[in-house]
Design a protein. Sequence first.
Length: 425
Amino acid sequence: MITLTKAARLRGELTVPGDKSVSHRSVMFGSIARGTTEITGFLQGADCLSTIGCFSAMGVEIENDGGRVIVHGRGLRGLRQPDRVLDCGNSGTTTRLISGILSGQNFCVTLTGDASIQKRPMKRIITPLRMMGADIVSINDNDCAPLRIQGKPLQGIHYQSPVASAQVKSALLLAGLYAEGETQVTEPALSRNHTELMLRYFGAEVDSRDATASIRPADELYGRKIHVPGDISSAAYFIAAGLLVPDAQLLIRNVGINPTRDGILRVCRMMGADLTLLNESHDSAEPVADLLVRSSSLKGCTIEGALIPTLIDELPVIAVMACFARGETLIRDAAELKVKESNRIRVMTENLTAMGADVTETDDGMIIRGGRPLHGASVPCHMDHRIAMSFAVAALAAEGETVIQDSECVNISYPGFFEELEKIR
Ligand code: S3P
């Protein structure tokens, strides 16, 4: 555990680690592409290392020197049956996306993960993958991992997804690479589109229109060079810290600002934050910018509807920001938060309340009445990396000492997070 105290000022420049979603996809797509994929800026977090472990176990040679990752792709039909159970660790992205790929192979695999993964809902991919002809079963018959997948010939489907989930969409698009005919996924609101952008970059025929993505079966994908942008979900903690600490100015370099991920920036604007985008450019298939953040006096706002999927992972830290804003912040349409690494609505409400905030849990979000001063507390993070980092930010703006329990879980997406925070104090 880690103990943090209030910060009087924050100053400096930093570069956050590579985007988690893009890092996973670069290894997955590189593995099933022909030729070499060279990845710089890869996130060396536990989740993305789980993805490397799974594809290595299926015969893909992956060199990782801690900086650059080189994937020697085996082509669309070159994966080998692993001689062990695939371990997806804590990673929902690994579990769900790999299931789409495995459904179209000609071998049988069992995959599982840690205690948290074995509780996360997999029915959302099992149902549509079965509609495509996949043979996929939840071994304990509880719609969770471990999953057994026997590769089968697949047919494309047009699927109306009940959830806006990039993991569901991506699982189906990846299965669609191996299917007969077109596969189409329509979501209630557009979720992150890294799969669509990167598969197109690798040579697949992918079409995107509003909240519908479609893919044609491919003969091959082709390895590419990828520079992974900084993760906006990791930058979010420093954006929030820069806004909340009184004498603060932070420059966060090279952050991915894909419009399907930039909801936090839109919320910052709604809340009246002093946040400027500099040096906007394009890197591989993704837009990036530097973010300049200064201390701000925030006001509450309503966060709902199509905005939710664009900031789903940032809602915990947005809830922290809302505690320091004038007036009420309403978060709704965010029931998905209940099935993340923890029940993030419950855990945020409990921990913020323990720090003195005025927060009400609702069925699909939270109501936060800002302006009450927060005080330190000892907060359990339920091994959820985004909870741990959100409370590190709350600690910087709260009176007294805050103890972040199970703080080591930040390694899932941000190894070195606490060291980076120390550097700018
Ligand atoms: C991710 C999609 C989101 C997000 C997760 C990463 C991805 O999950 O919360 O951290 O890389 O596709 P859902 O697709 O379940 O919303």
